[in-house]
Design a protein around this ligand. Structure first.
Ligand code: ACO
Length: 429
């Protein structure tokens, strides 16, 4: 089989042979197709990059039709069950599982970089009393670039490693402080005796006790949620990190851009919408009427459907199990019963079956977060902490990839041309 595409330009009658590599063609090859020497080459119009690959990546594999998600080749189900967030972070960043010595060194490094400069604290305290924690996280992550000016030296591997360690280590500190800020509670310093996720819970919830020790089941559940969110290949925020990182700026600025992208309701906000929907439904008896509303096009079943997953979202299955573990500690969220019944009815209904609509990661995550007593504004902050190693693994891949260039898409210009400028003094006379 010839791995190429023959394209005939009907404007000129000319034929072009375009090589196919890895199931794709190079946009630059299409650019060689010209109507004449004067006009620019043919461009590809693709808002939202729906069918455009922007990079080669060996970080995360997704097969949406089959419901497969793998980090560096390892299935998400196995990682969620048998690994932990710091080991998964190592895997994402380094591309392979650590030896015992490598793992211990990694955990040690991350643990001993959880503190931030005192001026970061002062900076965060300057936010308004009701500042959105995600806005605070975005700004304080960006601000770290001014505390570590050496971070701009992105061509030095040791330097890159240092910034990666710092960012994974400090993100829970910044996230927890953003949470405490809105509550008017003192910021809690990291406790380096605790694990990554247990320390995060301590910084969130510690009051006057000398040591905060969260229930191990809650620590495990939150750790799993971080693993499930750790990477998802070229999604909106990862694309933002890569796009900004392509200017060779420091990684704090690039990740801060990723946090900005995740802040948006189309990316990180669906689990909050699920909670609102479940509250509105209120009781199991109201579910059939709600489903009818969805089928008539008056409603959307939030937490169902996915652009990529058309069989099932593997993360949803794992989260559903984690729900049970969390509720064993916190008591059952009454909305869970409605959620489970809604899922059962929807999965048996022809409307949802024929459209390949299944629960996604957000269908149950909001219920878990609520059980932890997180307000909805914190949901995206938790997502950002989990996604940080993924953003950094992708950033690392980007800065070492010789094929990458500064991100600069084309446009199709639709405005005016060659207008004559009349000075204001004449126009307004
Ligand atoms: N409820 C009811 N109908 C739906 C839903 C839904 N949640 N999702 C899709 N459909 C229907 C559409 O109306 C469409 O029906 P039609 O063919 O009769 O017109 C059909 O299913 C196909 O849907 P599309 O909109 O083409 O699917 P797309 O891939 O563009 O959208 C999306 C995916 C945005 C996730 C969509 O399913 C949705 O809005 N879901 C609810 C919001 C949500 O849960 N988002 C979180 C996603 S996970 C994440 O981002 C972390």
């Amino acid at each position: 089989m010839t791995e190429s595409l023959t394209v005939r330009d009907n404007r000129t009658g000319q034929e072009y042979d375009v090589p196919i590599t890895d199931g794709s063609i190079k946009a630059a090859d299409i650019g060689k197709i010209k109507a004449d020497e004067e006009t620019p080459g043919l461009a590809v119009y693709d808002p939202g990059f729906v069918n455009t690959a922007s990079c080669r990546s060996a970080v995360t594999y997704i097969d949406g039709e089959k419901g497969i998600l793998e980090y560096r080749g390892y299935p998400i189900e196995q990682l969620a069950e048998k690994s932990n967030f710091l080991e998964v972070s190592y895997l994402l960043i380094h591309g392979a599982l650590p030896t015992k010595a490598e793992y211990e060194a990694w955990v040690h490094e991350i643990t001993y970089h959880t503190f931030v400069h005192e001026n970061v604290k002062t900076f965060m305290q300057g936010f308004r009393y009701d500042a959105h924690p995600m806005g605070m996280l975005m700004a304080s992550t960006g601000a770290l670039s001014t505390f570590y000016p050496d971070a701009r030296n992105i061509s030095d591997p040791d330097n890159r490693h240092m910034q990666i360690v710092r960012m994974i280590a400090k993100m829970p500190t910044l996230g927890a402080w953003s949470f405490r800020h809105a509550q008017g509670k003192p910021y809690i310093y990291p406790d380096n005796d605790l694990s990554y996720t247990a320390n995060f819970l301590s910084m969130l919830f510690k009051m006057s006790e000398s040591k905060f020790e969260a229930d191990e089941r809650l620590v495990k559940a939150l750790d799993i949620l971080f693993i499930l969110h750790a990477d998802h290949e070229q999604n909106c925020s990862t694309n933002a990190v890569r796009s900004v990182g392509s200017s060779q700026v420091d990684p704090y600025s690039a990740v801060s851009a990723g946090i900005g992208a995740l802040y948006g309701p189309l990316h990180g906000g669906a689990n909050e919408a699920v909670l609102r929907m479940l509250r509105r439904i209120g009781t199991k008896e109201n579910i059939p009427a709600f489903i009818e509303g969805v089928k008539n096009g008056n409603e959307k079943l939030m937490g169902f459907g996915h652009r990529v997953y058309k069989n099932h979202d593997p993360r949803a299955t794992i989260i559903k199990k984690a729900c049970d573990d969390v509720f064993e500690v916190t008591g059952v969220n009454p909305l869970l019963e409605i959620a489970k019944e809604l899922e059962k009815i929807a999965l048996e209904d022809e409307y949802f079956i024929s459209r390949k609509l299944y629960p996604n990661v957000d269908f149950y995550s909001g219920l878990i977060y609520e059980a932890f007593q997180f307000p909805p504004e914190m949901f995206t902050v938790l997502f950002a902490i989990g996604r940080t190693p993924g953003w950094l693994a992708q950033w690392l891949e980007l800065v070492q990839d010789k094929e990458q260039k500064i991100a600069r898409p084309k446009q199709i210009y639709t405005g005016e041309r060659r207008l004559d400028f009349t000075p204001a003094s004449e126009r307004w006379a």
